[in-house]
Write a protein that binds this ligand. Structure first.
Ligand code: NAP
Ligand code: MG
Length: 458
């Protein structure tokens, strides 16, 4: 029995299309097809697997505008972001298309023989994607997994299935054999959970909330199933008094309000050295009020769109009930799920808005006295995904970058994620790393083989 889900355009709250949701039986059938497709995909000559991935990348490239348009409609992303995201899928496929011929083992010196290691693919990999960045997160899991010789079953978020479904079709168009990549729209509690419990799925890559991530990890423990977790964040943007304050204030809004704050890397806590705190707030306010917050479907110049759902909007508004709002930017008052970019001043570091991942366009600002206090405040969180440091003192930049417990830091920049550098979290922000040169290894087992060459006995 199957059910359908009505996809909603979050900018207007109007229906876009219906999508059929898979039940457990259809999920099982797809996993079995992926398992059957595994041996021939694994055994394909490395250069042939590389060629197919490059062809997949060029077919995605031919459909950038179509994919971007789907994402603007399905997720309310701005045009700039949506085209970047589709291009990111192409680039990540191209980058990892170089991996099949470079999946090196090692030769390790041993007495009496030769010792060599092999990187062998796992089998079927299950990828669970959230709604905030449907295309990039799909690509970051899928591309290195396929390059290493695994087959993939992929569940998009219920709210944002459209680009994933289209990319699944493009894979077939590019010549990937049936069953190598299967997109399965459905509920997390049905399809996602089946990836965890089905013994033929050998690894689960999950991106989403910390609460669900913990359940996935516990479920995987049952079969000692490999898992990679990419979870929440509450990242700090630390602004020292010696920084280029104008640049720090002008860029801070985009480091948290991009994608309407629905970004695990959002720098949602700004820590400002007390001697420049007032001055920074004033400049930040001007930057926030100057943001272009419009329906991205109607305005290609929009810098910030709506939240993904009425539920997410209400959850974000809940954080604004009992805080001092310093300033707000613009927002349309139509039917979509809009919240204006908002700057708040918590009363203390105990406030909910300072501690919890709001996942919306809300940034909290607090002053600090010196470097030691800045580091202590930045680390006073269960999360550790990213962060920024603004200072002109190179020594301080390096000291603070080494002391902040987070996986991805940028100095005098709110560096976007680059597919050729590793990405992942400390503490409860995640487990394992994605992207970068080593990502294909995370989709393999390392096998050790010893070959004796003792002298012949006859
Ligand atoms: P979520 O429930 O963690 O959803 C993420 C993905 O996991 C979706 O594909 C979801 O499917 C699936 N899922 C849900 N329950 C599952 C289960 N029991 N087993 C397997 N898969 C499951 O996130 P959300 O509820 O949409 O968002 C809530 C909060 O999570 C946000 O406000 C934000 O704080 C955080 N979040 C973080 C990220 C990130 O990038 N780190 C991304 C999204 C959300 P369905 O779509 O069917 O639920
Ligand atoms: Mg959920």
């Amino acid at each position: 029995m199957s059910t359908t889900y009505t996809v909603i355009n979050p900018s207007t709250a109007s229906p876009v299309t219906e999508v059929e949701l898979a039940d457990v039986d259809r999920t099982d059938a797809a996993i079995e097809r992926a398992a059957a497709a595994f041996p021939p995909w694994r055994d394909l000559a490395p250069g042939e697997r590389a060629r197919l991935l490059r062809r997949f990348a060029s077919v995605v490239d031919e459909h950038i505008d179509e994919l971007a348009e789907l994402e603007v409609r399905n997720a309310g992303h701005t045009w700039g972001n949506a085209t970047w995201e589709a291009g990111n899928v192409r680039d990540v496929l191209n980058y990892y298309s170089a991996a099949p011929e470079r999946l090196f083992g090692r030769q390790i010196p041993v007495p009496g023989g030769v010792d060599i290691t092999f990187r062998e693919p796992l089998g079927v990999v299950g990828i669970i994607v959230p709604w905030n960045f449907p295309m990039p997160i799909l690509g970051w899991g899928m591309a290195p997994a396929l390059a290493a010789g695994n087959t993939v079953v992929l569940k998009p978020a219920e709210l944002t299935p459209l680009t994933a479904i289209r990319i699944g079709e493009l894979a077939l168009e590019a010549g990937l054999p049936e069953g190598v990549l299967t997109v399965i729209p459905g509920k997390g509690s049905v399809v996602g959970e089946r990836f965890v419990t089905h013994p033929l799925v050998r690894k689960v890559c999950f991106t989403g909330s910390t609460a669900v991530g913990k359940k996935i990890m516990a479920g995987c423990a049952e079969q000692v199933k490999r898992c990679t977790l990419e979870l929440g964040g509450k990242s700090a943007n630390i602004v020292f008094a010696d920084a280029d304050l104008a640049k720090a204030a002008a860029t801070a809004p985009y480091a948290v309000f991009d994608n309407a704050g629905q970004d695990c890397c959002a720098r949602s806590r700004i820590l400002v050295q007390e001697s420049v705190h007032e001055q920074f707030l004033e400049q930040l306010g001007k930057a926030v009020q100057g943001m272009v917050v419009t329906d991205p479907g109607a305005d290609r110049g929009s810098e910030m769109g709506p939240l993904i759902s009425a539920h997410q909007r209400d959850s974000v508004r809940g954080y604004l009930d009992d805080v001092d709002v310093v300033c707000t930017g613009p927002a349309p008052d139509g039917d979509g799920f809009w919240v204006p970019p908002t700057v708040v001043a918590p009363r203390s570091t105990d406030d909910r808005v300072w501690r919890e991942e709001v996942f919306g366009p809300v940034v909290a600002v607090l002053p600090f006295s010196d470097e030691a206090e800045a580091v202590a405040m930045a680390n006073d969180t269960e999360y550790g995904l990213s962060g920024s440091i603004y200072t002109r003192d190179v020594g301080r930049a390096l000291r603070v970058a080494r002391r902040v417990e987070a996986g991805n830091l940028s100095v005098n920049s709110h560096s976007a994620v680059r597919y050729w550098t590793p990405f992942g979290g400390y503490k409860q922000s995640g487990l394992g790393r994605e992207l970068g040169p080593d990502a294909p290894d995370a989709f393999t087992e390392e096998k050790n083989v010893f070959i004796a060459h003792e002298e012949a006995t006859s």
